[in-house]
Design a protein around this ligand. Structure first.
Ligand SMILES: Cc1cc2nc3c(=O)[nH]c(=O)nc-3n(C[C@H](O)[C@H](O)[C@H](O)COP(=O)(O)O)c2cc1C
Ligand code: SF4
Ligand code: SF4
Length: 358
């Protein structure tokens, strides 16, 4: 850590699905307020991302977002890519990750390229990066694991609030804090997965949601989605490809009517990987000889597999949504969905540690 100039006005931008990143943003701004430093905290879901106002000269700009698939989610990435250039303004980046607690041990999540890619983009835009920090708040990814118990959530929140405020104090005192460098080796090692998630994985997860018969068509999920990804099709919620799998809709549905269709996803993956892709390459092989030991051919086969997966997901989700009209099909998907079990729970951020802005 090295000391440099003091903080001017602070402008924080955050994206948040279920509240973790929003709380980190508010904790940071709380420290700025304690020190009488002018500050603003903005949810990027509420700004016109095509017309972003440049930060005032001499200010400190913060970007805070969850980690999705070892990267920032596309909403935050696009925001940073479009962010106005600067002549020497300072910037800090934070990502909230999937923290867990095993007995008394706090286990961190994994960042991948989340901070590095955005830091490089901001450097190229003329910002001086003064802070890089991950905060290991509880995992909200309930499509892949049961929701964290509330007692554990409170404990992780308590732990992370202090860490965030300590980081904020140092950055606002003009210090540079690059805690993220501790994870750089593991981040580089897992970085290829972030590319796979960006181009394929996220679209599969976006198509894993459906609304059960418990849905009373209140439209809360449609209105509250931060990227307006849910449409009303055939008089029930339909998840479009804009979905970032932020988990807000699933966790906030008052009727607990949104489930992850594990049966459908596993079935369609088996169909794609053991049926459609094999069939496709057998058909191509009838016309040309494919040298499968060639590196370029392997890459083409991989990319073609991704494109086929994407195409089949587009078509099959529409068919699947249509079939949900039929009660017996709805029951089939419901009974093959793990999220329906009571023990799976939903994710709730801490009730005690939330700091709302005045
Ligand atoms: C689709 C998805 C992907 C995720 N990928 C990662 C990841 O790669 N690494 C990680 O540590 N946490 C991952 N998480 C966990 C979240 O980043 C973490 O729970 C975060 O604190 C949620 O913040 P939010 O409440 O502001 O949305 C993922 C969560 C979701 C929903
Ligand atoms: S929030 Fe739940 S109950 Fe309301 S429309 Fe969405 S799925 Fe249905
Ligand atoms: S549809 Fe649901 S999970 Fe997807 S971005 Fe919107 S609120 Fe998040």
């Amino acid at each position: 850590m090295a000391s440099s100039d003091k903080a001017g006005p602070v402008t924080i931008y955050f994206f948040s699905g279920t509240g973790n990143a929003r709380n980190v943003a508010h904790w940071f701004s709380g420290i700025a307020q304690q020190r009488n430093i002018p500050n603003t905290t903005t949810d990027i879901a509420r700004v016109d991302r095509k017309n972003i106002q440049p930060p005032p000269p001499g200010s400190l700009v913060g970007f805070i977002s969850p980690t999705h698939g070892f990267n920032y989610p596309p909403a935050m990435l696009y925001f940073i890519f479009r962010f106005p250039r600067s002549k020497g303004n300072r910037a800090f980046l934070m990502n909230t990750r999937a923290g867990m607690k095993l007995s008394k041990l706090f286990v961190p999540g994994l960042s991948g390229i989340a901070l590095w890619l955005s830091a490089i983009v901001l450097l190229l835009k003329g910002y001086r990066i003064v802070g890089l920090r991950s905060i290991d708040l509880p995992s909200n990814w309930i499509s892949v694991h049961p929701g964290v118990k509330q007692k554990v959530v409170e404990s992780i929140y308590q732990h992370c609030k202090g860490i965030t405020e300590g980081f904020a104090g140092k950055i606002l005192s003009g210090k540079k804090v690059y805690t993220a460098f501790r994870d750089i080796i593991q981040d580089i090692l897992i970085s290829p997965i972030s590319i796979g998630y960006f181009f394929v994985g996220r679209f599969i997860f976006a198509k894993s949601f459906y609304a059960t018969d418990a849905c009373d068509k209140c439209d809360l999920c449609i209105n509250n989605c931060p990227v307006k990804a849910i449409l009303a099709v055939d008089n029930r919620p339909f998840w479009s490809y804009r979905c970032e799998s932020c988990m807000r809709c699933m966790n906030d549905c008052p009727k607990r009517a949104i489930e992850t269709a594990h049966g459908y996803i596993i079935g369609i993956m088996i169909l794609i990987n053991m049926g459609i892709i094999v069939w496709f390459w057998q058909a191509v092989g009838k016309f040309v000889n494919i040298p499968t030991d060639n590196g370029w051919v392997k890459l083409i086969i991989t990319i073609t597999g991704w494109l086929l997966t994407f195409a089949v997901m587009v078509v099959s989700y529409r068919i699947y949504h249509y079939l949900l009209r039929i009660p017996v099909i709805r029951q089939l998907f419901y009974y093959t969905s793990l999220t329906r079990f009571r023990f799976w729970r939903r994710y709730r951020p801490s009730k005690r540690m939330i700091r709302e802005l005045p």
